[in-house]
Write a protein of this length. Structure first.
Length: 272
């Protein structure tokens, strides 16, 4: 079996921001962002996730006009090149403009809580969406997060958000789910979600996982520079694949594609 038929999809992260936690400022200029996006696609990213506002803990909000200015031209250029483009936003006007510019996927880390009208927009445009779990909001989400049982709490939240999206007209086959690694979770919560990820597969939707270069990997390994967290990222991707995830949001596409291809072949009975 070739990589194109492997049971996983890699989503390449393209942050057009000055302050993202791991690649802030690296792809802030339009041309650099487009070139990097095309390179990620070449490395095997089937979806390019373009974001113009950092969601790192403590990040300050970006006004809509600035987020539009950062993202929409990049979305347009990548979509025109034939790439499948996702817009990583919580703002209705940004999602609307990105969809008009050629995006076909909306990745809203608030799962339509910040702008409930976004669900109707996604439904109307026939876009695919990712519903992610986050406790609180980015500014405050890491203030002593507590759960009764993190997996059950995340599952119940996702069930509610699926119900909302479907009620607003989003087709079930256009919904992906994400436990929101690092969003309002402590180290033990992140690890438990990864270890018990298979329990979320019973919801019946494709699972997306976003562990790439995140700080819990640094806490476990001492890798203070996010660029040094690639091996840890790959470990989490392989574990998540084995537990049923099929979509992987990563900065390091080439490395993730190789790790996942080997893991996927190993998991298949024929191994070929
Ligand atoms: N993580 C980040 C941003 N968007 N979307 C989904 N669905 N899942 C995630 O885990 C996720 C996400 C944070 O990572 P990054 O984009 O690299 O950083 P920043 O938010 O600082 O731009």
């Amino acid at each position: 079996m070739t990589a194109t038929t492997a049971p996983f999809t890699v989503m390449g992260v393209l942050n057009v921001t000055p302050d993202s936690f791991s690649d802030g400022g690296e792809w802030f200029g339009h041309d650099d962002a487009v070139t990097h996006g095309l390179e990620l696609a070449r490395q095997g990213a089937a979806i390019l996730d373009v974001g113009g506002e950092s969601t790192r803990p403590g990040a300050l909000p970006v006004p809509a006009d600035e987020e539009l200015r950062r993202t929409v031209p990049v979305v347009g250029a990548l979509a025109r090149s034939g790439a499948t483009v996702s817009i990583d936003t919580s703002k209705l006007e940004v999602a609307e403009a990105a969809l008009a510019a050629g995006a076909t996927y909306v990745n809203d880390v608030t799962a339509f809580r910040a702008a409930p009208e976004m669900a109707g927009l996604v439904a109307d445009r026939g876009a695919t969406c990712c519903l992610m779990h986050m406790r609180g909001e980015p500014r405050t989400m890491q203030d002593a997060p507590r759960y009764d049982d993190v997996v059950s709490d995340v599952k119940a939240f996702l069930e509610q958000r699926i119900e909302f999206a479907v009620t607003e007209g989003v087709r079930e086959d256009r919904i992906h789910l994400d436990p929101g690694i690092g969003f309002g979770k402590g180290l033990a919560h992140n690890l438990e979600l990864l270890r018990r990820l298979d329990e979320l597969t019973t919801l019946g939707f494709p699972l997306l996982i976003g562990t790439s270069r995140k700080s819990f990997i640094g806490r476990l390994t001492g890798a203070t520079d996010p660029h040094d967290r690639v091996p840890g990222t790959l470990a989490t991707c392989v574990m998540a694949l084995e537990r049923g995830a099929t979509l992987f949001r990563v900065h390091d596409v080439r490395e993730a594609v190789q790790a996942l291809a080997v893991a996927a072949a190993t998991l298949r009975a024929d191994g070929a």
